[in-house]
Ligand binder design. Structure first.
Ligand SMILES: [Zn+2]
Length: 189
């Protein structure tokens, strides 16, 4: 194993929020096995689905800029630099989508469905989204949200929101917040 393969690991193998390097991986496996009709024993592996979530042991946040590939934690190329070097931005915005894009807009899971409807996978995994309310307008749903995301500039933050949006995005405000303090111990390295 060579440690240089991906360049300087210390740049990306860290928490994007507090920069700590104490990380853990939570692996969830779903294995689908064929049952042997003679013995009743599950055998031949038909399929295996795995989902990996990298978490910071210091601040306990998920790390959407990291993923697991071939038993190794690797950076998500189009995301890690922005998240590690960036600062948090808070956007107040609306996304107008077709109502078909939202599975359910009331009851349990409504906030997640609305977030997914507005910003897809990235909205659910990377952004911190607070759905304030939503309105129906004929076939469309207008979703009002507060979103926190990491970016290196105002332009980049709005580009990321625009890119993730699954409908018409309207930004009411976008403000930079200060980054949570880094751990002195890690910064000494
Ligand atoms: Zn952290």
């Amino acid at each position: 194993m060579t440690e240089e393969v991906n360049g300087d690991r210390s740049a990306w193998l860290r928490c994007y929020r507090c920069w700590a390097r104490d990380l853990e991986v939570q692996l969830h496996y779903d294995a689908i096995l064929k049952v042997d009709p003679e013995t009743g024993e599950p055998s031949d592996r038909l399929d295996e689905v795995s989902d990996a979530v990298v978490q910071c042991l210091r601040c306990l946040h998920d790390q959407p800029h990291l993923t697991v590939h071939e038993d190794r934690v690797v950076p998500v190329e189009d995301r890690w630099e922005r998240m590690v070097a960036g600062t948090p931005w808070v956007a107040s915005c609306t996304v107008t989508v077709d109502q078909d894009q939202v599975e359910s807009c009331s009851g349990e899971g409504a906030a997640e469905s609305l977030t997914y409807g507005a910003f897809g996978e990235q909205g659910v995994r990377e952004f911190f989204t607070h759905v304030r309310f939503h309105k129906h307008d004929e076939e469309r749903i207008i979703i009002h949200m507060l979103v926190e995301l990491y970016a290196r500039s105002t332009e980049e933050a709005s580009e990321v929101l625009e890119g993730a949006s699954r409908g018409t995005l309207e930004l009411t405000s976008l403000a930079e917040e200060s980054r949570p303090p880094a751990h002195a111990q890690d910064e000494a390295h």
